[in-house]
Design a protein around this ligand. Sequence first.
Ligand code: VGL
Ligand code: ZN
Length: 208
Amino acid sequence: MSPRPTDALIVVDVQNDFCPGGALAVADGDAVVPVVNALARRFANVVLTQDWHPAGHASFASAHPGKAPFETTELAYGTQVLWPDHCVQGTPGAELHAGLEVPHAQLVIRKGWNAGVDSYSAFREADRATRTGLAGYLRERGVERVFVVGLATDYCVGWTAIDARAAGFAAVVIEDACRGIDLGGSLARAWADMAAAGVERVTSAALG
Ligand code: VGL
Ligand code: ZN
């Protein structure tokens, strides 16, 4: 399974706040960096995403009096997990990990900038209606298949891969280039949802 000219690598949210020491640290999150770097060299087309919230974002527990991180609340578009404040626009926590080596990446999609709506997926916001433009970009670039890597497997990676399928792309998640949050069984659920959506699951060795 070698990368083709019609493949793109989508590197999801490899940001300081999702790495050890960050505000919403994913266990072992920074371990994906060397794996992603090695993979990225093999892809001509690379897209990065950046979780990019305004202060006071609706996904922050701090914006909901009486709520604590990792509880849920009901928003207009459905149930929302509440997170610690993270990836606030312009802060060091929102920066891409300094070890990421992807100088040839062509697009950075910033998502979650809408104050009242979260966006795990790089394709559409959590209201499932507002598009980011990524599908149109990939289509205009002639991309047919996306490989998704990064953080976190069960949230932004999983939703991005499933929405890639919904937008008509083939989608492959490279599991050793991802790490999960695993909140209340969310990691197993995400893998099941991805399989049901036709997302392929491989290890980076399969790209060798
Ligand atoms: C993410 C929770 C909140 C992610 C982003 O990148 O998976 N998870 N915001
Ligand atoms: Zn977020």
